[in-house]
Design a binder for this molecule. Sequence first.
Ligand code: HEC
Ligand code: HEC
Length: 224
Amino acid sequence: MRLLRACLLLPLASLCLLAQAAAPDLETGKAINGTCAACHGADGKGGKHGEYPRLAGQHAKYIEYTLKSFRSRERVNIPMFPYTQERELSDQDIIDVAAYLAAIELPTTLPKFKDSDDALTRLTAVQRVMLIPRVDGDIDAGKTVYQARCATCHGDTGRGKRLIPMITGQYPTYLMRQMELFRAGERPHDEEKAGEGALKDLAPEALQNILAYLTTLQNLKDPE
Ligand code: HEC
Ligand code: HEC
């Protein structure tokens, strides 16, 4: 809205057209998400226990960046590669679908129902709840490592920001697979090379402990 008002006041109409082209259109984003839903679910909840990651509530900038990395094959994603090709997904489509997914809020607890709520309303609400079950691991040990090595970027509660993904509320099996890819040098983690950086020297048990700790943070709000 602010952009639109500025455009009405601004004499340089061409600049406004440029700016408007980059603004996300949530209706288009929703339509594009119809394709994504086959794997990631209609409300971006992901599924099959983390084979398909959650996208709902992930940061728009990170989703945009990731879709472009899939398109350029910097990050390998064989199932998604055909969907990310230019003729399928333009830069504007990426902006639209990323904004749509980022804005989906999935609750971690059931809402309180009113007596008048019918079965469908209740079912829909139950299906939207996204709470990752606790996984095995030493939560205190995970907290120590997470706060020392990960929190500077991913945030105290794992919510991330902009280009740094939210990792709280994501499937542990998916996150573990990504950490294995980072360590094998098959996916870039920030600017680290394989064998260096935040994941260096962490045994598989330490990674499992971090995942156990992350599942305890789902109901917290970011302190910021
Ligand atoms: C055929 C199934 C399939 C379809 C359709 C699909 N995806 Fe994916 N997507 C995957 C899989 C599998 C992964 C996980 C890849 C991995 O493990 O690295 C993934 C990963 C992602 C990620 C990375 C998430 C993260 O946290 O890094 C994003 C973003 C994403 N998909 C967005 C989309 C969007 C947007 C669409 C629709 C335009 C879409 N996907 C369509 C299968 C699919
Ligand atoms: C210097 C900043 C930084 C630090 C420190 C950091 N990360 Fe990351 N992390 C990132 C960025 C940036 C990405 C996105 C990488 C990409 O896709 O290019 C990422 C991605 C991830 C992902 C993949 C998430 C997804 O949705 O696919 C996991 C899992 C992860 N980090 C775990 C960790 C853990 C565990 C630690 C601590 C041991 C850690 N990170 C420390 C910046 C950081």
